[in-house]
Design a binder for this molecule. Structure first.
Ligand code: SF4
Length: 211
């Protein structure tokens, strides 16, 4: 895709999406990290229903540890995968306290050493919590990048690296949010309607649908 077309895609998405931000509700880096861990294979909406209760009881890694795994699992049960997520969260809190003076670390290497934190989660935390120009590729970003031809890739890592290569500096910080929100609400997996899409002229998807 030509650089001019790529720029037009970002300009149009930026005009359409005024709030380039995660839909998770959090007040600080710790709450952001826990919310992202909870959101795996769930939705931001579901996570946002539970986290106000959780963070009012446990606003810090120490208070989360004091709550303990089984009580944490009970609180987060509606989000799904509660046994695995509670184990990861408690172990993450232990490492944050023991190795990082109670603070969420701000490098990819340190983040990816935390239980349950993979590349995508680290990218979200670095972008939202530390203002880094990372691009987390989730299912929505992957779909939009591939359908449009902006950054085709066989897997999420290939697409992420391609996005980092082709995205102009100006849009790097917000690219993840623009592509994710576009994929979540417009270029959805099944019932997408290209008629409503602001980047339909630039999109190279051969199966565009207008109805
Ligand atoms: S034109 Fe259609 S396929 Fe292309 S990005 Fe828009 S909604 Fe998705």
């Amino acid at each position: 895709m030509s650089p001019a077309k790529i720029t037009r895609i970002y300009e149009k998405l930026a005009r359409k999406i005024s709030k380039a931000k995660s839909e998770l509700i959090y007040k600080n880096q710790f709450e952001l990290l826990i919310s992202v861990l909870l959101s795996a294979q769930s939705t931001d909406k579901t996570v946002n229903k539970i986290t106000p209760i959780l963070f009012s009881k446990c606003p810090t890694p120490n208070s989360m540890l004091a709550l303990g795994k089984s009580r944490l699992a009970k609180i987060i049960k509606p989000i799904g995968l509660a046994p695995a997520k509670s184990t990861n969260i408690i172990n993450t809190c232990k490492i944050i306290i023991d190795k990082h003076e109670g603070k969420v670390p701000g490098t990819r290497k340190e983040l990816e050493h935390l239980p349950g934190v993979g590349r995508k989660t680290a990218n979200v935390v670095l972008n939202e919590g530390f203002n880094e120009p990372t691009i987390a590729v989730d299912t929505h970003v992957f779909r939009v990048a591939n359908r449009t031809g902006l950054a085709p890739g066989k897997n999420v890592l290939a697409t992420e690296l391609k996005l980092l290569e082709v995205t102009p500096d100006k849009w790097l910080k917000n690219a993840h949010h623009y592509l994710l929100l576009h994929g979540r609400y417009i270029c959805t997996a099944k019932n997408f309607n290209c008629q409503k899409c602001v980047i339909k002229q630039e999109c190279g998807f051969v199966e565009k649908r207008f109805f």
